[in-house]
Unconditional design. Structure first.
Length: 384
């Protein structure tokens, strides 16, 4: 673990609100929990320079993760036909988004995509299965997938997102070698019924507790921009601290046409950066990931997101297209960060062709003109 610079001598201390940000970093490094009043100021006090917050958050991030960036690659292993009504999701039964459903991928396809993820520099391979939750038979199938990936790529960490799970199913996945279970809380307890009616906030919390009892690491995050107040984001950040979530994906709502929730609220680049800082100060040692919407909402501040966040997604998101690989590698390398894992970011970047006018235009589309649904070739690159 690296040794952080003294918070009292860091450059951000001289910026507006710098003394406040410096104190937050010192408290986080000393193991002092973030209080709700300070947490709310991170989001709402415009007298506090957002770059003071970001640099202070980097002091904490650097202490736990150095200059490493963990790359995650999602495998949408079962697309659509979900019986749940999560308003933000393109796979929900209530969504009219233009996605092409398909059943669960077979083990050969999942394993081939794991190889592609490893070769692309992924530290963690995340398999996502639509639906309310797996049956006992399906849980055994998922366990087989986990074993196959871990046997062939032992240094590749594996995360599964499969809906609601109980203790027994979590234990099956743990025994198969699963590293992490993902189940996002997404929003505050009070707002949860506004975005989903087919299951409850407590159902999600109980899934995370089952994972913890099985000895699994937990991955649980949020979607900002669904109409929540700053106070609700504070509540969520502190709840995840209480649950000791090892990984926190911070998503920003994307405006997918056809979704019930298709209009983000209150998300500016600076506010998104404040949200990332909040979750770093509230969860100092967690893997804080700048997740879906980073290109669209952070725009010119996207590289600065790596000051509070220590991980990101490559190759887009569940159904949404993301930045091209070379652009993401270049962002990581140009900012002086390194990849966590077996690969060198400079070598991965240089192995890809230089940007073309078409790729530059595609990147602009992600930040200005909307979002794009992944093609079937992008969703199933190893399809037989």
């Amino acid at each position: 673990m690296s040794t952080p610079p003294s918070p009292n001598t860091t450059p951000h201390a001289a910026l507006p609100g710098g003394a406040f940000a410096t104190r937050l970093a010192a408290d986080a490094l000393a193991g002092q929990p973030l209080g709700p009043d300070d947490a709310l100021r991170i989001l709402t006090d415009e007298q506090i320079d957002v770059f003071a917050l970001a640099h202070a958050a980097y002091t904490v991030r650097h202490h736990h993760f150095g200059r490493g960036v963990q790359v995650h690659i999602l495998n949408n292993a079962q697309n659509g036909r979900c019986p749940e009504d999560c308003s933000y999701c393109t796979q929900a039964k209530t969504s009219d988004a233009d996605i092409e459903p398909y059943p669960i991928k077979n083990q050969e396809e999942v394993l081939a995509e794991a190889g592609r993820a490893y070769d692309a520099g992924a530290h963690r391979y995340c398999m996502v299965f639509s639906g309310r939750g797996p049956t006992e038979k399906r849980t055994q199938q998922l366990a087989g997938y986990v074993r196959a990936v871990k046997d062939k790529y032992p240094s590749l960490e594996v995360c599964v997102s499969a809906g609601l799970l109980d203790d027994e199913k979590a234990q099956v996945l743990k025994l198969a070698g699963l590293d992490r279970l993902n189940h996002n809380l997404n929003t505050s307890r009070a707002r949860y019924g506004d975005i989903c009616t087919t299951h409850t906030y407590d159902d999600r919390v109980n899934t995370l507790l089952s994972a913890k009892r099985a000895g699994l690491q937990t991955c649980s995050g949020l979607i900002a921009g669904m109409g929540e107040s700053p106070g609700e984001l504070v509540e969520l950040a502190l709840t995840l601290a209480e649950l000791k979530a090892e990984s926190i994906p911070v998503n920003f709502l994307l405006p997918f046409e056809g979704n019930v929730l298709d209009t983000p609220h209150g998300l500016t680049p600076a506010y998104c950066l404040r949200v990332l800082c909040l979750f770093r100060f509230a969860n100092p040692s967690a893997d804080v990931r700048c997740a879906a919407g980073r290109e669209y909402h952070l725009r010119g501040l996207e590289p600065v997101s790596l000051l509070p966040a220590n991980s990101l997604f490559l190759d887009g998101y569940l159904n949404g297209r993301g930045a091209e690989r070379r652009r993401t590698y270049a962002m990581i390398a140009d900012a002086g960060f390194d990849l966590v894992g077996d690969h060198c970011v400079d070598e991965l970047r240089d192995a890809l062709p230089a940007d073309t006018p078409a790729s530059t235009a595609a990147a602009a589309d992600l930040t200005h003109d909307g979002v794009a649904i992944k093609t079937m070739d992008e969703l199933r690159p190893a399809r037989p």
